[in-house]
Design a protein. Structure first.
Length: 391
């Protein structure tokens, strides 16, 4: 059945549900948007129309979205919603030419501002450290520079920043975190890139998947450590900081690697992708819905509590979860098609733990328990709403 038809036929029940939900939790439902962003990948042939997705994300209170392109249908659908967008352009070779960069920004970014809040452009995705050819790696910084220049020339640089998203493979060492270092063979690209990010005050984005580390050596990597479950943690002998999860260790390893290149405190680190697959091939150990629910649920709870990493306790961890939907056309192992929080029809792939069970009030702080209850109530409402929207 058509989603639109369903939308109209269920409009009255939706309204009723909304009333019920807001009556239950009027203040919290209206108040705090969730503090994580979400990657809206579209390598699939069965996704709902962007206007439906806009409704879904607003019902979830997700107000930050990352795209891999600058799909005009999506940017149009989110006009006036206040949702913040990171858009992407992976055509590095094209963008090194200033005229192309200017054309792209003026045709694909500028027309949507300010009604759609585009705040950042990522130029390329995981260009360094993943076996790409030297030509691509050499184009990265010039492409970022010409996009930035185009934004400056068009008077948009105060609203829209430029960066790129890295794989953790740019690091040669990530443990202990204090020993974090960039790969020697990438230094010629990384060094000027860091200087540029510092100069234009843009963040260093990293795609980090503790799942890959676990999958590669399930017998030596602790599952509770990668899933943010209770565990004794590991102490960094150089700093005496204790890490109870791998993601935070990876973030602090990036800070250490940047410091070793002379950028001690001038570039923030953000997680442009992280997640856990709910399914995979037989040899993909750990790829299942139970682990995915723990990873994403525990992470969101920590984000809601405003946690920082051991090295930067006062800087809340900033995360874009991967991903909104399962993407059926992604190549590679089965896990690649199973990162979504939702099936394309809007049904949650798993219960993320917002049913209250794993969000029971923390004994430690009242701030924590109240924010997690808010989230829990919100997300419970969302599940109900989703049924109304999509079934
Ligand atoms: C480069 O990108 C621009 C803007 O998106 C496009 O109009 C143009 O055709 C592209 N040029 C080449 C050579 O790919
Ligand atoms: C830039 O940001 C300011 C402040 O948020 C806003 O008022 C303005 O409309 C934005 N301009 C564009 C072009 O997005
Ligand atoms: C770490 O703790 C040990 C034992 O308490 C102490 O001897 C050492 O000086 C500490 N190192 C740092 C860097 O704080």
């Amino acid at each position: 059945m058509e989603l639109c038809a369903i939308f109209f036929s269920s409009a009255s029940s939706l309204l009723l549900l909304l009333l019920l939900i807001s009556a239950n939790d009027a203040v919290s439902a209206a108040a705090a948007p969730l503090k994580f962003g979400i990657n809206y990948g579209q390598i699939a042939n069965n996704l709902p129309h962007p206007t439906q997705v806009s409704g879904l994300l607003q019902s979830l209170s997700v107000n930050r979205v990352k795209l891999y392109d600058a799909d005009p249908a999506v940017l149009t659908a989110f006009a006036g919603t206040g949702v913040e967008f990171i858009v992407g352009n992976e055509d590095l070779h094209n963008l090194t030419d200033a005229r192309n960069a200017r054309a792209w920004v003026s045709q694909r970014v500028q027309p949507f501002l300010p009604s759609t809040r585009i705040t950042c452009v990522t130029v390329g995705n995981e260009v360094l450290g993943n076996g790409k050819d030297a030509a691509a790696m050499q184009s990265l910084l010039p492409a970022m520079q010409s996009v930035n220049q185009a934004l400056v020339d068009l008077g948009l640089s105060g609203n829209v920043s430029v960066t790129t998203a890295h794989s953790v493979n740019v690091l040669s060492t990530s443990y202990p975190p204090s020993a974090g270092a960039f790969r020697e063979d990438l230094a010629e690209y990384v060094r000027p890139l860091l200087n540029f990010l510092a100069e234009i005050r843009s963040p260093f984005l990293v795609n980090a998947y503790p799942f890959f580390a676990y999958k590669a050596s399930p017998s030596s990597v602790s599952l509770p450590y990668v899933l943010f479950e209770p565990n004794p943690g590991v102490r960094d002998p150089a700093t005496n900081l204790t890490y109870d999860n791998m993601l935070y260790a990876q973030i602090d390893a990036v800070y250490a690697a940047m410091k070793a290149m002379g950028h001690a405190d001038d570039i923030p680190v953000r997680i442009s992708e992280t997640g856990w697959p709910s399914g995979g091939d037989a040899d993909e150990v750990g790829a299942n819905a139970q682990n995915a629910a723990k990873y994403n649920g525990n992470l969101m709870r920590r984000i809601a509590a405003g946690e920082g990493t051991p090295l930067r306790p006062n800087v809340p961890v900033d995360v874009f979860v991967f991903a909104l939907f399962n993407e059926d056309m992604k190549p590679g192992p089965a896990s690649e098609r199973n990162y979504g929080l939702f099936y394309p029809n809007g049904t949650p792939v798993y219960n993320i733990g917002f049913d209250g069970a794993s969000f029971s009030p923390s004994p430690t702080t009242s701030t924590f328990s109240s924010s997690s209850r808010t989230t829990s109530t919100l997300l419970m409402g969302v599940v109900v709403l989703l049924v109304a929207f999509f079934l």
